[in-house]
Design a protein around this ligand. Structure first.
Ligand code: IMP
Ligand code: MG
Length: 187
């Protein structure tokens, strides 16, 4: 199915499915007695595959909204130069909010987003991430639901990309130089 398969599978489709189900059950238990639909907020683009599976497993009334930010990696590496390029379309005032991320690395992106969302006075604000690279953290963050802890290796698949490629893999894997070449990188 994927002829230029990039490398070692770290989390298989089955492992991801089971973990997402567990995370969804924990979210269901925490929010089932709360008033109003849960406002699920996703940061484009990496989280969209995880989001799609998670929301269908949660089994609660929810709404979904998206934010997009400019990546500091593209221009000023490791700076906190984060900018909102697409804002939420609905108010989160007095709402229960769950921010869903693909991976938290330095934490700079999410700490900026959480500060921004808190100013809008949500009722509760929780964080759910599929992957956590705690060893790279610069900005400390509270994580309420975490799928897997990961190390230094760069990961692709299940929404995660390298230069916009590999998001459609059903599993999460590390990327070799060959995979990088095939994603359009040379040298
Ligand atoms: P942070 O601000 O350093 O926490 O950046 C988090 C964002 O960087 C994630 O939402 C991803 O979009 C991206 N990212 C970090 N590590 C990886 C990786 O291993 N593969 C793909 N994207 C990554
Ligand atoms: Mg992301």
């Amino acid at each position: 199915m994927y002829p230029d398969f990039p490398e070692r599978v770290l989390f298989s489709e089955e492992e991801i499915t089971l973990r997402v189900r567990d995370m969804a059950a924990a979210i269901h238990a925490d929010f089932r007695n709360e008033p109003g639909p849960l406002a699920v907020v996703s940061i484009l683009k990496g989280g969209f595959v995880f989001l799609a599976d998670l929301i269908r497993a949660v089994g609660l009334d929810i709404t979904v909204d998206f934010m997009a930010i400019s990546s500091y990696r593209e221009s000023r590496p490791r700076s906190s130069g984060v900018r909102i390029v697409k804002d939420l379309s609905e108010s989160i005032f007095d709402r229960n909010v769950l921010v869903v991320e693909d991976i938290i690395d330095t934490g700079l992106t999410l700490s900026y987003i959480l500060r921004n969302l808190k100013e809008r006075s949500p009722r509760r604000l929780k964080v759910c991430t599929l992957l956590n690279r705690a060893g790279s953290r610069i900005a400390p963050l509270p994580i309420d639901y975490c799928g897997f802890e990961v190390g230094d290796e760069f990961l692709v698949g299940y929404g995660l990309d390298y230069l916009q490629k590999w998001r459609n893999l059903r599993f999460i894997c590390t990327l070799t130089e060959r995979g990088g070449e095939r994603a359009g990188i040379s040298g």
